[in-house]
Design a protein around this ligand. Sequence first.
Ligand code: T46
Length: 137
Amino acid sequence: MVRNVMVSDFQCHSDGRGDLFVAEYRKELPFLVKRIYYICDIKDKEIVRGLHAHKKLRQVMICLGGECSVIVDDGKKRETIVLDRPGKAIFIEPGVWREITNFSRNATLMVLASDLYDEDDYIRNYEDYLKYIGEKN
Ligand code: T46
């Protein structure tokens, strides 16, 4: 498995009315959420989003509807995780390169983030990322 990436399922309360998923701080969620955003209406499966790593930001990604693939890379290993059900979550710690692709037409990717938006936290060039991660390890 790629370092600093974890996949798990949120608890689901299912009854005749449907499914209710829960993620609570200190249980399923390791950090307090300061920001949420979601990505939808991706018109082409070939589109790739992400293509960066974060220096400090912690994130959880959930595909609420439809599906998409999250490619995670720790500088040594690369892995593809398919988010294809609303209870499945990927926890991505700082220092992991990510690319998100293969969005189905109806996909909605929701992201819970540990901090506010800060462009200085991004490493958007893969060569810079390898250098950064190499210096850290
Ligand atoms: C990530 C993947 C999954 C904001 O103004 N505030 C925000 O909170 C975010 C996330 C973005 N923006 C602006 C910055 C850009 O002008 O929205 C525009 C698109 O952002 P970006 O190119 O970073 O989008 P993605 O889909 O490549 O990446 C985003 C997140 O930035 C990133 O943290 O992990 O979604």
